[in-house]
Write a protein that binds this ligand. Structure first.
Ligand SMILES: C[S@@+](CC[C@H](N)C(=O)[O-])C[C@H]1O[C@@H](n2cnc3c(N)ncnc32)[C@H](O)[C@@H]1O
Length: 332
């Protein structure tokens, strides 16, 4: 029979991957932190992706109480380009705030994505292949939300003068436009960055799982929204390649986790769905859509959880993705 400590060692290391630990350690080496944070995020470097993500958030929001095309939108964590926000602008939004912690997006990538998006909106292109959640029931036969983006709305939002104006604003951050505003703030440090009660719609795609202080963030979103304003977030609770199993990051001890995080500007917060829901409610927002998904991939067993997560509910342990929309119906 194997000595008793073999079982202990196996339990401690069986779920631990060496690569994220080495990467975390490397971030302490001067110069390498910058190298790690300069890496691309993927996703918004493709116009098709930006188009699909925007159509999803817009269509789902319309199905859950968004009454008109939002005039002012804000996005957390746009990543490689401002493409999702540009899709919002091409749908009629005149003011767009993009808040990130690393400057990934550039004038060149934004202009390239913008031109491709214009073409897709003009063609009312069907939504590109998508993952979860499925929102096809709200689309027309051509897989386009024509009940929201009506011909009348698109005639105005895609007018030649408006497209030229958006392009000018994108090409020259110093150019002042009376009709279009695009503000990219990196890093954003506090909730003064946007005027209270001024935003109609706030969204994010695969971002909030990276934000450490959820309570402060959801409170800021509440503050920025106008009365009746909505927010929409897709949150990926998966491993982000930090563990072999999709929820294996909950097997790491707090000490190992600190090493993995290293000095990176962000990693993942490991918070389960119920923490997001509680925090959204405590910020004063009312949930209007609350979807969850469990990946068919095998996760870790309850017995493999580190002490921090040992009391996690079965629901939270199984939830790999969430899509949540909430409204500011109450003012404080
Ligand atoms: C996985 S990428 C997603 C990028 C983009 N939304 C997409 O769908 O491709 C995560 C993004 O969240 C950003 N991020 C991390 N922490 C953030 C924070 N506290 N506030 C805003 N953005 C943040 C990262 O810089 C990065 O751009």
């Amino acid at each position: 029979m194997a000595p008793w400590y073999i079982d202990l060692i196996e339990r401690a290391f069986v779920n631990i991957q060496i690569k994220p630990i080495v990467k975390g350690l490397l971030t302490f080496v001067p110069g390498l932190r910058e190298w790690f944070s300069r890496k691309r995020t993927g996703g918004t470097n493709r116009a098709e992706y930006c188009y699909e993500v925007w159509l999803k958030h817009l269509t789902m929001a319309s199905a859950h109480g968004l009454e008109r095309i939002p005039g002012t939108v804000a996005e957390l964590g746009p990543g490689d380009s401002l493409g999702i926000g540009l899709a919002a602008a091409l749908s009629g939004a005149n003011r767009y705030y993009a808040l990130d912690v690393v400057e990934y997006s550039s004038v060149e990538s934004n202009l390239r994505i913008f031109d491709e998006l214009v073409d897709m909106f003009k063609r009312r292109a069907p939504r590109p292949p998508t993952g979860w959640p499925d929102y096809d029931e709200y689309l027309d036969e051509g897989l386009f939300p024509s009940h929201i983006l009506t011909p009348d709305i698109l005639r105005v939002s895609l007018s030649t003068e408006r497209l030229e104006e958006i392009r000018k604003v994108l090409a020259d951050p110093g150019y002042h436009s009376d009709s279009i505003s695009i503000r990219y703030s990196v890093p954003w440090a506090n909730d003064d960055i946007i005027e209270d009660g001024s935003v109609d719609f706030i969204f994010s795609q695969s971002v909030i799982e990276h934000i450490d202080d959820l309570d402060t963030t959801y409170k800021a979103l509440y503050k920025w929204l106008c009365p009746g304003g909505m927010m929409s977030h897709q949150i990926d609770l998966g491993a982000h390649r930090l563990s072999g199993k999709w929820n294996g990051y909950r097997a790491y001890s707090e000490g190992i986790w600190k090493i993995i995080v290293g000095t990176r500007p962000y990693l993942i917060n490991r918070q389960p769905r119920s923490t997001h829901i509680r925090s959204i409610r405590e910020a004063g927002l009312d949930l209007v859509c609350d979807l969850k998904r469990s990946t068919p991939e095998k996760g870790i067993e309850r017995s493999q959880l580190s002490s921090r997560w040992k009391d996690i509910s079965d629901d939270d342990l199984a939830c790999s993705d969430m899509f949540v929309q909430a409204k500011k119906t109450r003012t404080r």
